[in-house]
Ligand binder design. Structure first.
Ligand SMILES: Nc1nc2c(ncn2[C@@H]2O[C@H](COP(=O)(O)OP(=O)(O)OP(=O)(O)O)[C@@H](O)[C@H]2O)c(=O)[nH]1
Ligand SMILES: [Mg+2]
Length: 200
């Protein structure tokens, strides 16, 4: 199915969130982990902003997806969230988190799936662990994705995934790469699996 993406809005407060018209999927992870890149790779279009400067995404950026471009309501909405864990920005991000990011994750009824990105090349991080545990405490559906898998040999990748699964105490982590497109089809299968009903 071809989905037509359209940027909706950038929100920096709860008041700026768009109406809840379709199931939503949030992309979360530390600064520079590859959230915006994965969204673009999944859509086959450069719609989310990618930068080599960590912490570039400072707002929740909403993208509407429609199976028919003329539809008024979207069929699905993707949310690109600000990154966390980057030292230079951590104070500002921690100030923003309770203001609108935590309310989004705790209260947004349309939110069906939190795609949590972790870097396959980096050992388990406390900040990721805290977020994953907090989302679990909120009963959110999670999908853990290991990004930048192209930088590792298959042997290194298997070892890294085993260690990350153990450290984060999760049964499954989906390896992805925007370079080789590894994991992208599986990511869509997961998104459709949890959002069925919202897609005609
Ligand atoms: N090799 C490789 N590089 C990647 C991959 N995904 C992202 N990158 C690179 O990682 C950097 C950060 O990517 P972004 O998509 O901007 O990361 P982000 O998580 O959106 O970052 P913030 O918005 O700052 O939180 C860019 O230089 C990307 O080109 C991947 O699968 N493989
Ligand atoms: Mg980004």
């Amino acid at each position: 199915m071809r989905l037509h993406p359209e940027f909706i809005t950038s929100a920096a407060s709860v008041a700026q969130f768009p109406p809840e018209e379709a199931p939503e999927v949030a992309f979360l992870g530390r600064s520079n982990v590859g959230k915006s890149s994965l969204i673009n790779a999944a859509l086959g279009q450069k719609i989310a902003h990618v930068s080599s400067t960590p912490g570039r995404t400072r707002t929740i950026n909403f993208i509407a997806l429609r199976s028919k471009p003329e539809s008024v309501r979207p069929d699905l909405v993707l949310a690109d969230l600000p990154g966390y864990g980057y030292a230079k920005l951590s104070r500002e991000i921690s100030a923003e988190w309770p203001k609108f990011i935590e309310p989004y994750l705790a209260e947004r009824e349309a939110l069906r799936l939190c795609v949590c990105l972790i870097d396959a090349n980096v050992p388990a991080q406390q900040s990721d662990h805290q977020l994953i545990a907090w989302l679990q405490s909120q009963d959110r559906d999670l999908l853990l994705v290991a990004t930048k898998s192209d930088r590792l040999s298959s042997n290194q990748l298997n070892k890294a995934l085993a260690s990350l699964r153990r450290e984060h105490n999760v049964g499954r982590i989906l390896p992805c790469s925007v370079k080789t497109k590894l994991g992208i089809a599986e990511l869509w299968r997961e998104i459709f699996r949890v959002t069925t009903g919202g897609l005609a």
